[in-house]
Every structure is written in C-alpha cells, then in structure tokens.
Design a protein around this ligand. Structure first.
Ligand code: SAM
Length: 329
C-alpha cells in the first residue's frame, strides 16, 4: 500500500496537521499506521467527512462516552491533542498514579487500568462512583447552588459523614466552588470560596453513570505513587505520570492538592523511578513544566515543549506557560 505523510494529507484535505494526528490517534482514519511520533496515511483514503465534529474542539458532548467528573487544577484536557498522538501503539496495563481529574484516563477508557492518588477524598469519590453511583446521585440531587448551602456543606468534614455522602459533598463543592479549585487550609479543611456561578450543572447523571461503568473495572488506590508503581508496574505497561509541576515562579503553579507538598527532592526521586521503570521495559509518558531541572532530569528521553494556558493561579487570569511531555519509548 502507498502512504502519504500527515503534512501531505493536511494540504490535500485542507485540515490542520494536528487535527489529522488526533483523528489517527483516535483510530478514525482507516489504515493509518504509526511510526514513532508520526503517522503514515494510506494514499487511497478519502477526506474524512465530518472531520470538524471529530476533533477535540468540536466534538459533541453526546459523542464522547466518558468524561472527567471533576474540574481539577492541572487537568490535562487542554493538552490531550498533544498527548494522544504520543500514546504507545500497544501496551498492557494503563497506570496513572497521580490521577487528579483523570483527563487522559477517561479519554483512553483502557480496560485494564490502575489509577491512584495520595488525596483520600478524591479516591473516595472515584470508589463511591464505581460502587454506589445511584446513592451518590440521589444525595447530589438534594443540593442547590446557593451560597448559604455551599458554606453549610463546606463546613462539614468529609471524614465525619458516610463515604457516600462524602462523595456527593466532594462533587457538589467541586461544581459550585470558585474555579473548581481544590484548596486546603493548614488544618486540611477545604477552604475554596463559593463560585457564584449562575447555573452550574451540579449533577450530570449520564456522565456519572458512564464514569461509574469505567471505574467499576479499574483498580483504584489511595496511596503514594512510589508504592503503586512498585506493586503494579510491569514490562510493556503504559505509565502516565502527571505529578504536581515544578513551579516556574512563586505564584505560577497551583500545587497544594493535599497537605503535603511535592518538593524538589520528590521530583528527583520520581526521575530515579522513571529511569528504573524505563530500563525494565515500561513505556512512560510524563508531563511537567518547562523548568531547567525537568530538562536535566529527563535529558535522556524525548522532550516536547508545548505552549499552554494555565487556568488556575492565584491571580485568576489566563497566563501562558510552557509544559513538557517526556516520553521514554
Ligand atoms: C497535576 S495533578 C494530576 C492532574 C490529572 N492528570 C488531570 O488530568 O486532572 C497531580 C495529582 O497528584 C496527586 N499527588 C501529589 N503527590 C502525590 C504522591 N506523592 N503520590 C500520589 N499522588 C500524588 C495530587 O493529589 C493531584 O491529584
């Protein structure tokens, strides 16, 4: 079979290179073959008809089967068009030990996945959506978007109520708080202010049920990434690492996901583990900020620098930044 490059297809069809890469990585161009970081497209294939409807920007809500259920600081949704074309062609398990909002996990919907996070409230939410989705939805439906109710619900500690109520509370606060920000005070209490949105979707049944189906078939762990990788990572697994980023300036990045910070030594430890796992045949993708230390730690691998907008920072504006995507394969 004769092939053309992505660039040639882009010129031929009048579609951007990036859109074609997304179509390829989503398996929407029959016969497209991956070579390293690029694709070869069969010469005979015709222009994808509804290509606009299939791209990240135009894809319709109903077409997507599973979506993240939380807004999350550092969420990877906006970086997916860069991440998806770099996913390995073949792998066994999918492991994501810094799951957060799980943008890539929900997009890949890999049947054999392990997800983890050190934030117990977040992990409780995923476990309850997996096992008690109906009950969480029932409670969520009793909440409304008022400042009075918000602060009342916020004042209750998640550990003082049942696990199901705690999950409903986490979802409610996430949907109605300022910018979906997960911020804890020194005592570990959630302290983000009310978001003052006019009509936020507090309960999206369809989305929660779709997430529940996926999470039911997923191993979900609350714990440190080191333990999770030690226990589960094996040759040919694909491991996506999205740790708290190295801060570029004092206020550049929001890092307080849990009471514990991810400091420079943690970044160094993580890099040591990446070297070990890569050596053992795991396929690792890692994201971080474009910081000199990140370049130093991962200098042995492919590093792609990407311009991004950071949505959550202490100044509330949409400042530009640079992320890197490291791949070891
Ligand atoms: C950048 S966020 C991940 C964002 C996610 N990829 C998404 O798309 O929403 C980083 C996550 O790492 C978690 N985390 C921080 N330190 C950790 C540790 N030592 N082990 C496991 N998870 C940790 C935080 O709780 C947070 O949810």
């Amino acid at each position: 079979m004769e092939y053309i490059t992505v660039k040639e297809a882009a010129m031929q069809w009048g579609i951007s290179v990036r859109k074609i890469q997304i179509l390829c990585s989503e398996d929407k161009l029959d016969g497209a073959v991956r070579f390293g970081n690029t694709w070869a497209i069969p010469k005979t294939i015709s222009k994808p008809v509804a290509h606009r409807a299939k791209t990240e920007k135009y894809i319709k809500e109903e077409e997507r089967t599973v979506e993240p259920i939380l807004k999350w600081a550092g969420g990877k949704t906006q970086l997916l068009p860069e991440i998806l074309p770099r996913i390995p062609n073949k792998y066994n398990k999918y492991i994501e030990p810094f799951i957060g909002g799980g943008a890539l996990f929900f997009r890949l919907q890999h049947g054999n996945s392990v997800i983890a996070d050190s934030n117990p409230e977040l992990i409780n939410l995923y476990q309850q959506i997996a096992n008690n989705c109906e009950k969480v939805i029932q409670i969520l439906k009793t909440y409304e978007n008022s400042e009075e109710m918000y602060y009342r619900v916020r004042s209750i500690e998640w550990t003082d109520v049942s696990k199901i109520e705690a999950a409903a509370r986490t979802l409610y606060l996430n949907r109605t708080c300022f910018n979906g920000l997960y911020r804890l005070n020194r005592k570990g209490q959630f302290n983000t202010p009310f978001g003052k949105y006019k009509n936020p979707t507090i309960c999206n049944d369809k989305r929660l049920w779709a997430a529940s189906d996926l999470l039911k078939n997923t191993i979900i762990i609350c714990g440190d990434y080191i333990e999770v990788l030690e226990k589960y990572a094996e040759r040919d697994d694909f491991i996506f690492l999205d740790p708290p980023y190295m801060p570029i300036s004092n206020y550049a990045d929001f890092r307080r996901y849990t009471k514990e910070q991810f400091c420079e030594q943690d970044q160094r430890n993580l890099a040591d583990i990446v070297h070990k796992l890569a050596h053992n045949g795991c396929k690792i993708m890692l994201t971080n900020s474009n910081h000199p230390l990140v370049k130093e730690l991962y200098g042995d691998y492919m590093i792609k620098v990407i311009q991004t907008k950071r949505n959550i920072n202490s100044h509330g504006d949409k400042r530009k930044g640079e992320d890197v995507i490291v791949t070891t394969y």
